[in-house]
Design a protein around this ligand. Structure first.
Ligand SMILES: [Zn+2]
Length: 289
């Protein structure tokens, strides 16, 4: 059976048709048009599925990778960056339009699944896939399957409390990991220290700035402690980093060492490695649902 995967991003919708060995048959990409609202997103997905299905000479399954989480009670989307999806029953609405079953999963789990099966974690039994971008999320893959947990929050290390009484988080708590090591959090910290509003990639070119070492040390301490806490509980075979922040090279040497210093075990050697699929992890993960 072939597989169609759709990655519903904030700015683009990407679709892929693959065969049973995940070899790409067809690929498409369109603008999300968030401002046109929910019905426009449904129409875009419908036309993309239609186009992809015309290239398929076999039956196919459909999986959707979406930003945000599905509420376990209602099946509705919550906490999504794509605002017009919040509170919507995307799964059933698509089912009604496309007249077939749809699997749907959040982007962190899709990322982790794709990297565990096809990417940087492919020879590991237990993979922790990390997204460090606009937010901080994670997915746990055990023997090729998503581990969702009793209430569907397994892997949500972004909302561990890192500093009691610390930065306020949109989730209503204080001191969450996300408020220290997401892209925007790192940019805010830099702006606080230097009065310069710069993007993360611009900040990385400022290593001769007198504030840089201090900014970097704070970042590494937070990254190290947050990920060491995960290892102490989960002890994964491999940790794969994704999202914009994962492009920072020092995470894979100094960052890794900082994690190791803070882990409970004295024989720690957990690989902490960069993703291999890049932006394609979402569509491939969606195919695998
Ligand atoms: Zn939070």
């Amino acid at each position: 059976m072939n597989k169609i995967g759709i990655d519903l991003g904030g700015t683009k919708i990407e679709g892929i048709l693959v065969n049973e060995n995940y070899k790409t048959i067809e690929r498409k990409r369109i603008q999300t048009n968030q401002e046109k609202g929910y019905s426009s997103i449904l129409e875009s997905i419908q036309s993309m599925v239609l186009e992809l299905s015309q290239e398929s000479d076999d039956k196919f399954s459909i999986g959707i990778c979406t930003p945000g989480a599905l509420s376990l009670d209602s099946g509705l989307i919550k906490n999504s960056n794509t605002q017009c999806l919040i509170g919507r029953d995307l799964q059933n609405d698509l089912k009604n339009i496309l007249h077939c079953d749809i699997s749907i999963e959040n982007d962190a789990n899709c990322f982790a699944l794709a990297e565990a099966k096809l990417g940087a974690g492919k020879n590991s039994n237990l993979v922790f896939g990390v997204i460090m971008g606009t937010g901080v999320g994670g997915g746990i893959i055990i023997n090729g399957q998503i581990h969702r947990g009793r209430t569907n929050i397994a892997g949500e290390w972004g909302h561990h409390c890192l500093h009691t009484g610390g930065n306020s988080c949109y989730c209503g708590k204080k001191g969450c990991v996300e408020t220290y090591i997401s892209g925007p959090a790192l940019e805010n910290k830099w702006s606080e220290m230097t009065n310069q509003n710069q993007s993360l990639s611009e900040i990385m070119k400022n290593s001769d700035n007198p504030n840089f070492d201090n900014w970097k040390k704070t970042f590494l301490d937070n990254f190290g402690l947050a990920l060491a806490n995960v290892i102490d509980i989960l002890d994964p075979d491999t940790i794969v980093l994704g999202g914009g922040v994962s492009n920072i090279d020092f995470l894979y040497n100094e960052g890794k060492n900082t994690v190791y210093e803070k882990v409970f075990s004295d024989i720690i050697d957990t690989p902490i490695i960069k993703n291999e699929l890049g932006d394609s992890a979402g569509v491939f993960g969606a195919c695998m649902l």
